[in-house]
Ligand binder design. Structure first.
Ligand SMILES: Nc1ncnc2c1ncn2[C@@H]1O[C@H](COP(=O)(O)OP(=O)(O)O)[C@@H](O)[C@H]1O
Ligand SMILES: [Mg+2]
Length: 377
């Protein structure tokens, strides 16, 4: 404890001042006695000692307040800073060098605090950015896997269809020839053969659909106004019994630019979507058809939306509806090729087709067709 007090600045100051005053006091006492030999040594030492102790004491208090105390504030500040406390400020209002030192210290801590806050913000936004990008990558990967799966399924189905096409054509042709040779009175055979022909023709229809899915023939593209295409197809379906009880809400953006597409193929896609919507709604409800322009990064698309008020698509089959042969419809009603063919067509147009649906809340199919940059648009 004593060692510590001697090591402290105050202790050293007291020691130095005490020693100095002692020497000065002794010199004064000596000179005083020399000049006044009749005064007693005890009296001189008593008054001299009292004087020396009082002055030393006052000097110590002044020095403590001027130097040691402010310095201890600085030391406290440094300690707090080294422990990471950047909100601590040294409260010293003096204008001397120590006051200036405290002021510089406060400024430095404030700057450090600001840098720390900035770094913390950067780290936070960096983390958020990394999370966002990771989610985007995961989604893109899923889409890629899905696209790959659909493409390979499509190729496989197209291969099978190609192989089946000729034998099926043979079956239908020869069955027709046989039909002609059956005597009119043999009604039983004629009926059975009719079943064969019907079933074979149904197979042919599926096969033709599959071949359309992978058709290699160059599509005949032209600059098409999608709104006109939609109007055309609407006037076609409105007259069909399937759509009698369906209300159409048509919201077309008249300012969308023309897109380079094969009108027949795109019309087929739209028709597939309308028929699916009518099937889902059991032929009564509302179909909303909207067109609009959208920008995705540098690319611009014309987006067409088909929304129905049907039961929507359950989450567990949402990932499968674009697969060839996937259908939830009873045998004979659905082939499961409509969306697969539509997917193939839209991909060939460098476009996108996707669905948003919550079970019980209808389904929305979106098609995006790229707008090719020209001087006009
Ligand atoms: N608008 C829709 N609402 C609900 N389900 C739909 C809708 N469109 C398609 N689907 C689902 O996707 C499946 C596949 O559709 P698609 O490829 O056109 O084949 P298909 O119509 O022959 O069944 C349908 O059987 C149905 O389950
Ligand atoms: Mg369909």
């Amino acid at each position: 404890m004593q060692k510590k007090s001697l090591n402290s600045l105050t202790g050293k100051l007291i020691l130095a001042i005490g020693a100095m005053m002692l020497i000065v006091g002794l010199v004064f006492a000596y000179v005083f006695i020399k000049q006044n030999p009749d005064i007693k040594l005890g009296v001189v030492l008593f008054y001299g000692g009292f004087f020396v102790i009082t002055i030393s004491f006052l000097l110590c208090i002044i020095l403590y307040n001027l130097v040691t105390k402010p310095l201890s504030f600085l030391v406290d500040g440094m300690n707090k800073l080294s422990q990471g406390d950047m909100d601590y400020r040294i409260n010293l209002k003096t204008k001397d060098e120590i006051g200036m030192l405290a002021n510089s210290f406060n400024l430095m801590v404030e700057e450090l605090r600001q840098y720390r806050d900035k770094m913390e913000n950067w780290t936070k936004s960096l983390e958020e950015e990394v999370q966002k990008k990771t989610a985007e990558i995961v989604k893109a990967q899923e889409q890629l896997i899905n696209a790959e799966k659909l493409a390979s399924l499509g190729r496989m189905a197209a291969g099978v269809a190609h192989e089946l096409n000729s034998p099926l054509t043979g079956i239908v042709t020869f069955a027709h020839l046989m039909m002609k040779r059956i005597p009119p009175e043999n009604t039983q055979d004629a009926e059975d053969l009719k079943v064969i022909i019907d079933q074979a023709e149904r197979c042919s229809k599926i096969v033709r659909g599959l071949l359309g899915f992978s058709r290699k023939t160059a599509s005949e593209k032209a600059d098409i106004d999608i709104n006109t295409l939609i109007e055309n197809i609407l006037s076609m379906v409105r007259n069909q019994a399937k759509f009698y009880n369906i209300v159409f809400d048509v919201q077309l953006d008249k300012t969308i630019p023309a897109v380079s597409v094969d009108p027949n193929q795109i019309q087929q896609v739209f028709l597939n979507l309308l028929i699916n919507a009518a099937d889902a709604m059991e032929e009564k409800g509302k179909i909303t058809i909207a067109s609009r322009m959208i920008t995705d990064g540098d690319s611009r698309f014309v987006e067409i939306e088909f929304t129905d008020t049907g039961p929507g698509i359950p989450e567990d089959i949402k990932g499968r509806i674009f697969e060839p042969f996937f259908t939830t419809k009873p045998a004979g009603k659905g082939t499961g090729l409509g969306l697969a063919v539509s997917y193939g067509i839209i991909k060939k147009h460098d476009g996108q087709i996707f669905v948003k649906s919550e079970q019980g809340r209808g389904a929305s199919f979106f098609i995006r067709l790229p707008v090719v940059k020209t001087d006009r648009n």
